[in-house]
Write a protein that binds this ligand. Structure first.
Ligand code: PLP
Length: 437
């Protein structure tokens, strides 16, 4: 374990100020492993003790071009200096950003902004309920849609035995989540058409929406099959339910038009965040005009708003990021880099005889060790995630930053194209060798 005296001192102070000593619970990796970042640039972060990491975690996905990308930062600084940050009124930039989104995402006719993925999902679901007059929402095991009560129920795969022939129990994320928030939630396993049929046969009349990450950015990029996406589209159309595609992680990353461009199957409502702003906090939801127009005043109008909604820091960042992604070859370059990195890792795994599968697109690929080709979250449980975690911790020690959990993909940004790939191969070799000892 490398000594981290500055981190230890900062964490000790932080423990006196914040629960768990962190500003977000998922940043707590134990007192021995919690990371304190001092600065960031390109594809690297440098911690408070001077260690620099090549970062494949990228803040859980928002960094698509690179940290402190001057194309984006200069646009934001100029906007702040020449226009301001927010007034609580409309600006021309509202429509300018939406026009950019529409030029890449043909399913978007109207849109509204939000401040986080959580808020975007909440807005989409409320709009779907308001439009359909129905209550229930179907989600997929292993997907994640943010930290509001209704989306904070998940299959308890930790205490589930895949050999048991049972299905994992659905449990809340923890305390403070009322049982009532689960009342309208239905859960299905990815790529299981029969499970969808069963839910729709049982409560189809009351299903407002299916919400899905087609490429599960929160489950090692395990992806929906083409047939399953078509099934989702068809079953929603048959029952008057809406298909909400959560592109908070995939949007403007896996393709200019997100996962929907890859499948050629389009949602009624889509949520975006992360890559939309290269690290500035911006989010949005949108879709068919007839559905979005349900957002209005009046007795049945859907409420949407928020003090910081469409603030100009977020919108100037989105405008510059989306323009760059649309008008340059950044995504092609990111995909090429992601492919190259998978090639390097495959070479290392093969050298040690470690069976492995890559899942998802090159810009956010998952790694699943073992012989299983996972099709859903239950399959993930049967991958060798312990070996992955050991491998990831060894990589982190040597300067490769990752979430040490194979449910989080490797995120690639444009700036990774200039990293030292030979070095990556060498440290991956060392990390796997140690993990297998
Ligand atoms: N939806 C998906 C697919 C996500 O991955 C996340 C966060 O990781 C969210 C929603 C929630 O976004 P936020 O953390 O910005 O609230």
């Amino acid at each position: 374990m490398t000594a981290k005296p500055n981190r230890d001192a900062l964490l000790a102070t932080a423990h006196t100020h914040m629960p768990m000593g962190v500003a977000d619970s998922y940043r707590y990796w134990g007192d021995e492993n919690t990371v304190f970042v001092k600065s960031m640039k390109g594809c690297t972060i440098t911690d408070e003790d001077g260690q620099t990491f090549v970062d494949f975690r990228l803040a859980y996905g928002p960094i698509i071009l690179g940290y402190r990308d001057e194309r984006i930062d200069n646009a934001v600084i100029s906007s702040i200096q020449n226009i301001g940050t927010m007034t609580g009124f409309s600006t021309r930039m509202d429509s300018e950003v939406i026009e950019l989104v529409k030029s890449m995402c043909p399913q978007i006719e109207k849109m509204r902004f939000a401040n986080s993925g959580t808020e975007a999902v909440l807005g989409a679901i409320r709009t779907a309920r308001g439009y359909t007059g129905k209550n229930k929402v179907v989600v997929v095991e292993g997907g994640f849609h943010g930290l509001y009560d209704e989306m904070m129920w998940k299959p308890d795969v930790d205490s589930w035995d895949p050999e048991s022939g049972t299905i994992p129990e659905i449990k809340s994320f923890g305390g403070g989540i009322p049982e009532a928030s689960r009342e309208h939630l239905e859960t299905v396993s990815l790529n299981d058409a029969d499970a969808l049929d069963e839910v729709f046969a049982r409560v189809g009349d009351d299903i407002a929406a299916i919400v899905i990450e087609p490429i599960m950015g929160n489950c090692g990029s395990i992806a929906s099959t083409q047939e399953y996406m078509q099934k989702l589209r068809d079953i929603c159309d048959q029952h008057g339910s809406l298909l909400i595609i959560d592109e908070v992680k995939t949007g403007f990353r896996v393709a200019k038009g997100g996962a929907q461009e890859l499948y050629g199957i389009y949602a009624d409502l889509t949520t975006y965040a992360k890559a939309m702003g290269n690290g500035y906090p911006v989010a949005a939801f949108g879709g068919k005009a007839a559905i979005m127009d349900k957002i209005s005043f009046g007795k049945d109008g859907v409420t949407h708003g928020g003090t910081y909604t469409a603030n100009l820091i977020a919108l100037s960042a989105a405008k510059a990021t989306l323009t760059t992604l649309r008008d340059t070859d950044a995504l092609d370059s990111i995909n090429a880099t992601g492919k190259k990195i998978q090639g390097i890792l495959a070479k290392v795994f093969d050298k040690f005889g470690v069976e492995h599968r890559f899942a998802g697109p090159d810009s956010m690929f998952g790694i699943h060790l073992g012989t299983i080709v996972p099709q859903n979250y239950r399959d993930w449980k049967q991958t060798n995630s312990d070996l992955y975690t050991e491998f990831a911790h060894n990589l982190i020690k040597q300067g490769v930053m990752l979430e040490p959990d194979s449910r989080e993909p490797w995120f690639i940004c444009e700036a990774h194209k200039n990293m030292d790939f030979d070095w990556l191969e060498q440290v991956a070799n060392d990390a796997m060798q140690q993990a297998l000892q």
